[in-house]
Design a protein around this ligand. Structure first.
Ligand code: CAA
Length: 240
């Protein structure tokens, strides 16, 4: 069944692959982005997927943006909270600003994205929430106290939302990607990245489409009894 889907950070990286997979599954997709107008315009031109610009760290912007998407495409039944940033530094060098930026975008951004769409899902008796967490939320990572805290927090969010939404036909699940070939991972210093890849039993980075396929399944009607779960897609790097 065709539904309206919102993918935050949906014009680049893993988010772009998710937007395309949901479109291919027949859904009407709205992809948000924070600042890169050029990449968003190119993405819309190539895919036909409409993009919207707002800062997920800002509640009022998110609420207004979601109202606009619903006015354009109809009630949002599927929310994929994917937008995220890194500000990596060893803890002794991490500034309060680096901590705050990551918490505001990655964690508060999930609240800001799901909260405005939630009442409509409850009223209609259907909803699909997928939060993109990370292997580093499961195992921690040197240099990512801030990021790992948000990604571990995502798991608490979906496990709680699952319990609140289950009786209303809403599911909330997390996907924990491992290291995926995106700009975010390519920004890790090459020597560090090579060391990380050597510790992945698959011997390679994942592809964004390998994450997108997990999301497409979780938002489908077929996944109706999967609620509060975590799918790990990390090439056997870590088991939880
Ligand atoms: N384990 C143990 N020690 C480590 C280490 C590790 N993983 N990484 C670095 N160190 C050590 C260094 O060897 C160095 O030791 P010495 O002082 O004895 O030489 C010390 O830590 C400090 O290193 P630097 O001075 O080089 O520290 P830095 O200020 O340059 O910062 C860093 C280093 C930013 C943490 C860098 O190592 C880094 O970027 N690491 C990668 C972090 C990472 O994996 N990020 C994931 C990004 S992708 C993503 O987040 C997507 C996802 O979901 C998977």
């Amino acid at each position: 069944m065709a539904r309206t889907a919102l993918v935050t950070g949906g014009s680049r990286g893993i988010g772009a692959a998710i937007s395309k997979a949901l479109k291919a599954a027949g859904h009407n997709v709205a992809a948000t982005y924070a600042g890169n107008d050029e990449a968003a315009a190119k993405f819309t031109e190539e895919t036909g997927i409409k993009t919207y610009k707002w800062n997920v760290a800002d509640y009022d912007e998110s609420k207004a943006g979601i109202a606009q998407v619903e006015a354009d495409l109809g009630p949002i039944d599927i929310v994929v909270a994917n937008a995220g940033i890194t500000r990596d530094a060893p803890f002794h060098k991490m500034s309060p600003q680096q901590w705050k930026d990551v918490i505001d975008t990655n964690l508060t951004g999930v609240f800001n994205t799901v909260h405005p769409a939630w009442p409509g899902m409850r009223e209609r008796g259907f909803g699909r929430i997928v939060v993109i967490s990370s292997v580093n939320g499961q195992k921690g990572q040197f240099g990512q106290v801030n990021y790992a805290a948000t990604k571990a927090g995502d798991l608490g969010i979906v496990r709680s939302l699952a319990q609140e939404g289950a009786a209303k036909g809403i599911t909330a699940n997390a996907v924990c990607p491992g290291y995926i070939a995106t700009e975010m991972v390519m920004a890790v210093p090459e020597a560090v990245r090579e060391k990380i890849i050597s510790m992945i039993p698959a011997g390679r980075l994942g592809e964004p489409e390998e994450i997108a396929r997990c999301v497409a399944f979780l938002v489908s009607d077929d996944a109706s009894f999967i609620n509060g779960s975590t799918i790990s897609a990390n090439g056997a790097q870590f088991f939880s």
